[in-house]
Design a protein around this ligand. Structure first.
Ligand SMILES: NC(=O)c1ccc[n+]([C@@H]2O[C@H](COP(=O)([O-])OP(=O)(O)OC[C@H]3O[C@@H](n4cnc5c(N)ncnc54)[C@H](OP(=O)(O)O)[C@@H]3O)[C@@H](O)[C@H]2O)c1
Length: 308
């Protein structure tokens, strides 16, 4: 198969931090164009908007959307309507109905839609899933605490409706938990802490229960300075399984099992190439369903105003 001719839309932080390097390191996919209002890249065709790119006649097979979730639907729909395969950054969209509409459109057109979850591509996730399939779970607790000023400096969209606030990182934890758990779970309590001047929460305290009644708790907080915490702890009948560093390290019964370099985005592009070749899609929206539930069931707690 000829390499996929790819365009990136939204040449911002994550596109530069991860996508460009991962694409360059992946066989079967070449970056040929970029559409971004305020950024250009040497050596590829550059456009301001996806509409200009699609109208240009430049030959592309796929687009990778690296813009914020608000507005992503129109970009993805335009790409699918133009017959292009689509890879979505996480979260896949700003609402559930729009992502299900994209799923249906891709299916109707026979195109690949890949709703990526980069944290699921971390090294410890599949080994943890295999281990948990063999053990009886007693409880799960998630602690995802980071410094918003460090990771999202000046990103206004993240505090706007659809930007998800602390669920922007929190959904990464949910993408791992939904992958490794041997059974489904649902939300039972949600306390959301909103800065007085912001439309999105800065912290969330959540409780879930699995189908068989195993408790799952999650604490997301954007106010943590100093060491950052991205941990998932699973108590089982045979001991403790802990994923740390965002799913890249695995500790089983106190012993480190996996410590690996970050390959998340290279894994995502490898998977995208395989999905396109197989003419299939990967559209598991369950992490976004849990976030939507958290907003639906959320008790609003107000805290002091947040300034960047
Ligand atoms: N930052 C991270 O560490 C990280 C990690 C993993 C995943 N992600 C996900 O990747 C996505 C983008 O995050 P990011 O951190 O890269 O954001 P960003 O840098 O703020 O935005 C990416 C680019 O999108 C374009 N853009 C921004 N606001 C826009 C708007 N309202 N309409 C159209 N285009 C807009 C901008 O390019 P132009 O102005 O040039 O058009 C911007 O450079 C998010 O869904 C995020 O959750 C981010």
């Amino acid at each position: 198969m000829a390499p996929i001719r790819l365009a990136i839309v939204g040449l911002g932080k994550i596109a530069r931090d991860q996508h460009l390097g991962a694409i360059a390191a992946t066989d079967g996919i070449d970056l040929v164009a970029v559409a971004s209002r305020n950024a250009q890249l040497d050596g590829v065709h550059c456009f301001n908007e996806i509409g200009d790119l699609l109208a240009s006649g430049i030959e592309i097979d796929a687009v990778s959307l690296c813009t914020p979730p608000q507005g992503r639907f129109e970009q993805a729909k335009a790409a699918l309507d133009a017959g292009k395969h689509v890879m979505l950054e996480k979260p896949p969209g700003a609402t559930l109905s729009e992502v299900y509409a994209l799923e249906a459109l891709a299916k109707a057109k026979g195109l690949t839609l890949f709703s990526t979850w980069h944290s699921r591509a971390a090294a410890a996730v599949e080994p943890a899933r295999a281990l948990l399939a063999k053990r009886k779970l007693k409880s799960v607790s998630v602690e995802w605490k980071e410094d918003v000023r460090h990771w999202h400096p000046g990103q206004a969209w993240i505090w706007e409706p659809g930007g998800l606030g602390v669920f922007d990182p929190g959904i990464n934890a949910l993408s791992i938990v939904t992958r490794i758990m041997p059974e489904k779970f649902h939300l039972t309590r949600s306390d959301l802490t909103f800065p007085a001047n912001r439309a999105a929460p800065i912290a969330a305290s959540l409780a879930f229960e699995t189908d068989s009644g195993v408790p799952v708790s999650a604490e997301f907080d954007w106010r943590q300075t100093g060491p950052q915490t991205w941990d998932i702890t699973v108590e089982t009948d045979e001991g403790k399984i802990v994923l740390t560093h965002g799913g890249s390290r695995l500790i089983v019964d106190g012993e480190a099992q996996i410590v690996e370099e970050d390959r998340e985005y290279r894994n995502l592009y490898r998977d995208f190439v395989a999905l396109v070749a197989a003419k299939s899609s990967d559209t598991d929206f369950s992490p976004l369903v849990h976030v939507a539930d958290a907003f639906m069931l959320g008790r609003r707690i107000q805290t002091e105003a947040f300034e960047d």
